[in-house]
Design a protein around this ligand. Structure first.
Ligand code: NAG
Ligand code: NAG
Ligand code: NAG
Ligand code: NAG
Ligand code: NAG
Ligand code: NAG
Length: 447
């Protein structure tokens, strides 16, 4: 599947939709593109979905604050008090997590994970399959407007659904007054440079909002949709901002307000879609239950709601990854619905005290099933789950606090057809290269 091929070394072109609003997009742009030698053509059959979505849910670490005052318990050994200890983690205690995974033109799988440092900066841990190493860097500028504990979501794609462009990473976050930003790299054709792109400043969300994004690209028809879901003040609604382009042009961001029975501060997460024009989205409904909707992109409608029995509180860490059942189903019974819905959604979310996680799977033929026993070996006691983020094909990133501030771990779900075999891939470094390595408080430094 992952053919390594030499990508044509092409000139980078002007930044994506980061320019003036009423330009003649593709025709004008096309001439620039034609000036570039394309040494290779990439032909994609069918709908190629280049989606990477990250959902991250904010909020404080309620469980960590829980009182240990057990008045009627037996006197036990008192843990050594550590009142003013500086935690060695450089990550903000209530940071959210966003993740994206993609296989670009060079055929090398990559991941990028985003989280917030104690000084408010947003950091990236980036990995590629070739080097198998993580590189940590800052993606924001000193003095940038970033809310502490901002929700984060990350996504990526090829500008103009055109593979001759460089793949861009997009990170979404909130400023202090609630306005939303889209941080992009490469920015205006400069590799390694981050800048605020066109979505920035156009919308604002409540300080309770979660942000989740979805980017679907159809290279055969040169069509794409980039969607950002968030909440504005006021109960029972969800906002979806949508950017769309096709062969004839690209259209300005527009948003719709969906009236659904949703919690204020609901956790929000997109699932991977097997369909061209629709995608599932998960919310916490106003009865405190996890609920699934189907969002039809062109019609902007939220339909086909399925309420589950699973309880979910506002801001609960929540993420969804997918299992591809096609190979599994090929060998046996193939449910008719799998043609449109080939994936199993693996839905992972924290308990109210954030000390535990629940895993639920869903697919079109069997509905929702509690699979928590499959992840039990991975649930180490005395961890507080701070945030969760996922990429496609069963990879999940877990931000937890075991007493020394947030730490990051990578998990992998089994591939389709089974639920057993979850494993911890390893820990993901979160310290900037110039950060002190020593854990001793003497050397600890505030970021
Ligand atoms: C997920 O799997 C699909 C199908 O095999 C592949 O095209 C895609 O690149 C994979 N994505 C990631 C992030 O692993
Ligand atoms: C996150 O923590 C920071 C620093 O402790 C605090 O200022 C901020 O209000 C918190 N944000 C949320 C959303 O809890
Ligand atoms: C969110 O906004 C409300 C109303 O503006 C304010 O009372 C509250 O303190 C804010 N919360 C945070 C975490 O900033
Ligand atoms: C976590 O939840 C599962 C399922 O509800 C339960 O079996 C398990 O004992 C819980 N673990 C902890 C540490 O509370
Ligand atoms: C979904 O499909 C798979 C087949 O791969 C099946 O084993 C599984 O039990 C189904 N249901 C759920 C909820 O995962
Ligand atoms: C393509 C697109 O979304 N363009 C927008 C860029 O931003 C301006 C406002 O700053 C909008 O008016 C454009 O529609």
């Amino acid at each position: 599947m992952r053919r390594s091929a030499e990508a044509a070394r092409q000139k980078e072109l002007v930044g994506y939709y980061g320019e003036s609003a009423d330009r003649e997009p593709d025709q004008v742009r096309q001439q620039t593109i034609c000036g570039v030698q394309r040494k290779q053509f990439w032909i994609l059959f069918g709908v190629v979905v280049a989606i990477i979505l990250g959902a991250a849910i904010g909020g404080g670490i309620g469980g960590a604050m829980a009182s240990r005052n057990k008045s009627n318990s037996m006197p036990t050994s008192v843990p050594t008090p550590t009142p003013n200890r500086v935690k060695s983690s450089p990550v903000l205690e209530n940071s959210t997590l966003a993740a994206m995974g993609w296989v670009p033109k060079d055929g090398i799988l990559r991941y990028a994970i985003y989280y917030q440092a104690k000084d408010g900066h947003i950091l990236e841990s980036a990995w590629d399959e070739n080097s198998d190493e993580w590189a940590i860097s800052k993606i924001t500028d000193t003095g940038a407007d970033i809310a502490f504990g901002t929700p984060l979501s990350a996504n990526g794609g090829y500008p103009h659904t055109d593979l001759t462009w460089d793949f861009v990473n997009d990170v979404f976050f909130l400023g202090n007054d609630g306005s939303m930003y889209e941080r992009q790299s490469p920015f205006k054709e400069q590799v390694g440079v981050w800048g605020n792109d066109n979505f920035s400043g156009q919308y604002s969300a409540t300080n309770l909002s979660t942000i989740s994004t979805y980017w679907q690209q159809d290279f055969q028809n040169r069509k794409q949709w980039l969607a950002v879901v968030f909440q504005r003040p006021g109960a029972n609604s969800l906002n979806i901002a949508k950017y769309h382009s096709d062969k004839t042009g690209d259209y300005a961001w527009q948003d719709s307000r969906q009236r659904v029975a949703i919690q204020d501060g609901s956790s929000l997460a997109f699932a991977w879609s097997g369909k061209e024009l629709g995608v599932r989205i998960y919310i916490g409904n106003s009865d405190g239950k996890l609920e699934q909707y189907y969002w039809q992109m062109d019609a902007d409608s939220l339909t086909d709601s399925k309420t589950t029995a699973f309880e979910i509180q506002p801001h609960t860490p929540l993420c969804i990854t997918n299992q591809d059942n096609l190979d599994f189903w090929k060998d046996g019974f193939v449910p008719e619905c799998s043609e449109k819905d080939p994936y199993t959604d693996l839905i992972l979310f924290a308990s109210e005290d954030r000390k535990n996680l629940t895993l639920v799977s869903w697919n079109c033929s069997s509905g929702f099933i509690d699979q928590t026993n499959a992840i039990e070996p991975l649930l180490i006691p005395d961890r507080t789950y701070v945030s969760l983020a996922s990429v496609a094909n069963g990879t999940i990133f877990v931000l937890f606090d075991a007493g020394d501030g947030p730490e990051l771990e990578q998990w992998k779900a089994p591939s389709g057809g089974t639920h057993s075999g979850w494993k911890v891939v390893g820990s993901v470094p979160v310290k900037l290269p110039d950060a002190p390595e020593k854990r001793s408080p003497r050397h600890a430094r505030r970021f």
